[in-house]
Ligand binder design. Structure first.
Ligand code: TYD
Length: 208
């Protein structure tokens, strides 16, 4: 069964779209599970706290990349592979491409080196389809400022960092055109969702 991942900068609307797709799959009788990164396992949730806690301001970039990969390794072996083996579709809010965009491009560790690390950590598990919701960085920042919760360690990075993340996603789309499809996340929730439904129909033959 397919493994589908959703990517994009903060506030790009990934979570809303994943919820909608999960509901549509449920209605169509297609067995699916939803996961999000970092987290989704007891170990991964502990790693998430370390990664996003503002107290770890001086975290080394490779430590960061390795912690994301460690959380991912656990999620793949404990949840994603067993679900795929049981014939379920897996929808993930972020996966390897987040590490490529944030650590590879924005932290400048190098896309290929971060990819190698993650292929090692996941034993080569790549998604069948990755949907990147593109959003203007200024728009993401203003949506973030409207939220009443504080910023986490990654969200509080400067504007330039977030621009490198968004540019990174565009580069990834060019590098992996068969797997990654970009979608304009600035459109209405319904417009974005109908594009996703159309892509899933084309790719997996689903009538949603
Ligand atoms: P989260 O609150 O889940 O953000 P979002 O709702 O935007 O997905 O926080 C995850 C943060 O971690 C987010 O800012 C992106 C970052 N991140 C990385 O830098 N590398 C990664 O590999 C992953 C999975 C996330």
């Amino acid at each position: 069964m397919p493994f589908i991942t959703f990517e994009g900068i903060d506030q790009s609307g990934k979570s809303t779209q994943i919820e909608k797709l999960a509901a549509a799959l449920g209605q169509a009788g297609i067995a699916a599970i939803q996961v999000r990164e970092p987290g989704g396992t007891a170990l991964g949730d502990r790693i998430r706290e370390i990664l996003l806690g503002p107290e770890h301001e001086g975290m080394d970039s490779w430590s960061e990349a390795l912690l994301y990969a460690a959380a991912r390794a656990q999620l793949v072996s404990e949840v994603i592979r067993p679900a795929l083996a049981a014939g379920k579709t897996v929808l993930s809010d972020r996966y390897i491409d987040s590490s490529l965009a944030y650590q590879g491009f924005a932290r400048r560790l190098g896309c290929q080196r971060v990819l190698d690390l993650n292929l090692w950590a996941t034993e080569g598990l790549l998604p069948d389809l990755t949907l990147v919701l593109h959003l203007d960085v200024a728009c993401s920042r203003s949506r973030l400022s409207l939220r009443d919760t504080g910023e986490d360690r990654i969200e509080s990075e400067p504007l330039d960092f977030h621009k490198r993340v968004e540019d990174g996603y565009h580069k990834l789309e060019g590098m992996f055109p068969d797997r990654i499809t970009g979608i304009d996340g600035d459109k209405s929730v319904e417009e974005v969702f109908s594009r996703i439904v159309a892509l899933c129909r084309q790719r997996f033959g689903w009538e949603l």
